[in-house]
Design a protein around this ligand. Sequence first.
Ligand code: GCV
Length: 704
Amino acid sequence: MSVPVTGRASAAAAGESTWHAAWLPPAAFRELGSRPVLVHGDGLLVDTVLDEVSRACARYGGRVWHGPPWQVDADLVLALREAGPVPNAAAEAARLGATPAVNGSGDGGLGDEGYLLARTNGVTVVLADAPAGLLYGMFHVVRLGAAAFDDDLPARRHRPALDRRMLDHWDNVAVHPVSGQVERGYAGGSLFWRDGAARREPARLRDYARLLAACGVNAVSVNNVNVHDTEALLLTDRLGDVAEIAEVLRPYGIRVHLSVTFAAPVVLGGLPTADPLDDRVRAWWIDATRRVYQRIPDFGGYLVKADSEGRPGPFAYGRDHADGANLLAEALAPHGGVVRWRAFVYDHHQDWRDRSTDRARAAHDHFAPLDGRFADNVILQVKFGPIDFQPREPVSPVLAAMPATRLAVEVQATQEYTGQQRHVCYLGPWWSEVLRFRPRGEAGGTIADVAAGRAGAGGGLAAVANVGDDPFWTGHPLAQANLYAFGRLAWDPLLDPGAILDEWIDLTWLPVTTGDPEAVRRTMHAIMDDSWRTYERYTAPLGVGFMVRPGHHYGPDVDGYEYTPWGTYHFADRDGVGVDRTRATGTGFTGQYPPPWSEVYESRERCPDELLLFFHHVPYGHVLHSGRTVIQHIYDTHFAGVEEVAAMRERWRLLAGAVDPAVHDRVAERLDEQLRSAVEWRDQINTYFFRKSGVPDAHGRRIH
Ligand code: GCV
């Protein structure tokens, strides 16, 4: 059919939507949309590219060509190589590899998601071998803006470092009496479910899928890992709801996964057992899974939390987690699906009097001995730290202990322990630190290498999602940067988090929508760059963690968990503080690390300051590498943290008038709360340790 293709105006542009555009406001497409663009190729995701480009061109005066008769002098060519000759000389030369710039880029395989981006003879060319590559290439052009059309744009091949880039939604279908619609959700309701039913709001879901594709996410799980009765039915009776979601997300290259309960054969199938070695149980999973693939042919697989915090699992039958995971893997394998089995298994019925139990040890104790026993399509999903998404923890030793297992690293975008989207806490630097960590020392690979696996077979990166039906998507508008950074780091874990923040600022706060773009950029960086460390300063000190209010986990409560069955975290007394996890005198957790970290963490002298209290119980007078005593560090960082938040608030105030008033108000209101909360943290932590230790602040500041 002849062209040009005219696009429909976006719902947002037509003023229909009640939610913000986040990092894809229409103006982000201005450069692309004001040019002649040629799209070459076919397929569902190519249609998405075509739709995006058409909408942009309808808005900004460009034209789109797809199919003959062609307009050949395009400024931008987006082509599938397999679609055959491109009717544009420069692009065709690039496709054939005849362009020196393209040859120089090391154009080998582009894979299912990769693309080649080059500027050749005055034409910007995106070439891909598969439709998803074209989609990601188009979003790269959007990210670059005018720079995508500079003649000195370097030719480069782009491929994701991690094949699996997933968001886990802890969304409940039915509102749960304790955890609500979204467990640990701080951004309103669920995008998928409301009050026991599917929401069926495809326009919003489609916009969500766009946001995710534009930062590189390619998988989601649509329900909470704590699978309650209503949610269990998503696997069977309510499967149609999941299929509908998959339908909306598919055009943006996003594969749907489902959290399932290990007890499904009992609760859904009426069997007397869920024993993984029982033939009836195996048959039940095989049949249920076959039905899933009948409805959703590209279904990603299952996510499972088993034997954890009260969830059913294989232990009930005297089986281990390899038996459990392999049961589901067997059912998924014929269809190309994976089971993502979580390693978050620990005893939450501890006795605080028993000093030998250490929650940090649990995942390694349970899983490391199982290395090599998991089926090929099992991915063991491991929280990045040994405890639970604290603002500071060492990297989990499990990630260095299972070379024969596909491992995924799990981080938490939803800010359960990092300010619950009421505090600004840009997590890019923290995740980047984790991904760059080398568990075997300088000569060994990084955590990102572990997630990538051999020949791309790793489990990749997963984040617990921080999104909901809030108009700003993430409650705190600045928390959008965490979602964006997650996707970008999953695509390329070596990206600099500061540069990622710049990308997000460029895409979100476009010059046409801000009064003073440079002031906006400066302010965003000043507020966000160091915000994770600021958060760390005014909360729990030196890696000790978990000084939060039990249950909801917001605000300080130094002893809140200290004598509970969930674990003991600081052991503060009149003489000192910290958990002795050494081999010499403590729980032995340091022994779960390979050298050099087993030695570094074992030694009080060599242990990094920021993790000292995670590994050692030390006197308040212990002198840190920084030269300060532990007690003085506690006082100093807590005073400094509050001052930093006060400065953030002031900086934001000055942006009034330069950004959308609705965004300004929302952030301003959250910064007020952040300051209130930071003061509360400072005063409780400082007072607690002053009363325990009796040591006054060297600077005579007010401690209550
Ligand atoms: C979904 C922490 C959270 C729980 C969460 C659990 C998990 O314990 O507080 O809400 O449950 O982690 O990761 O499974």
